[in-house]
Design a protein around this ligand. Sequence first.
Ligand SMILES: Nc1ncnc2c1ncn2[C@@H]1O[C@H](COP(=O)(O)OP(=O)(O)OP(=O)(O)O)[C@@H](O)[C@H]1O
Ligand SMILES: [Mg+2]
Length: 252
Amino acid sequence: MEATRTDAATTPSAERPLIQVNDLKKRYQMGSEVVWALDGITLSVERGEYIAIMGPSGSGKSTLMNMLGCLDTPTSGQYFLNGQDVSHYTDDELAEIRNREIGFVFQTFNLLPRVDCLRNAELPLIYAGMSRSERRERAAEALRKVGLGDRMDHRPNELSGGQRQRVATARALVNRPSIILADEPTGNLDTETGDEIMMLFESLYRQGNTLLVVTHEEDIAHHARRILRLRDGKLEQDVAVTSPALADAVVD
Ligand SMILES: Nc1ncnc2c1ncn2[C@@H]1O[C@H](COP(=O)(O)OP(=O)(O)OP(=O)(O)O)[C@@H](O)[C@H]1O
Ligand SMILES: [Mg+2]
């Protein structure tokens, strides 16, 4: 009888999903109250997918992002990233894999206010121990990619909201991560500036990046190719987007 191919260790990496999550649970205890922020999520994500994560407030979106981004470990269940079971990694091991595999974009940008765009964008490479000249080159390349080649010496307060989010996106790209995770990336932007960021994400998707974006807005979610809807820590719905917002757009 032929064995089913579930053993990640023996499956070639090109055939493995980038993300495989099995019955993932996360329990929080606040005094006597127990909350299952994630209550049995099973999910796989292929390389190059563009996914939106939706759901009401408190449904577990950020908790799931934290797990997928190796910021936290689950109470139970498995998380295979690139075939490696990272569910039980120590904090140091998680930091290492995070630095190598994950790029984060946050709602509030999280830029260092006192340093220019170039220094902000190169930050993950400092943690990775890369030489100064190589860092500068890579950060400049990432800033050019997000359309900020002419703003490298500006500090965050000398930029618009959309430009700040572009710097944050450049910082997420700079270590050439396997996954880009964005939690409400347009949450602090007006509609027009948010649209600009979604254009940038579309172009990153077309370049082959894997994107997971948490959002409250249907309009934003419909830029992705697949939507996951969470409710009470469970995956309520997992659907393909039939006509993605910018699928026919010309992007640079
Ligand atoms: N550190 C924590 N300690 C205790 N409970 C937590 C913690 N983090 C999250 N929770 C609880 O877990 C549940 C899921 O929270 P989570 O932040 O993942 O929701 P969310 O879907 O991101 O919500 P929002 O849309 O408001 O950002 C909530 O009930 C929340 O109160
Ligand atoms: Mg959240």
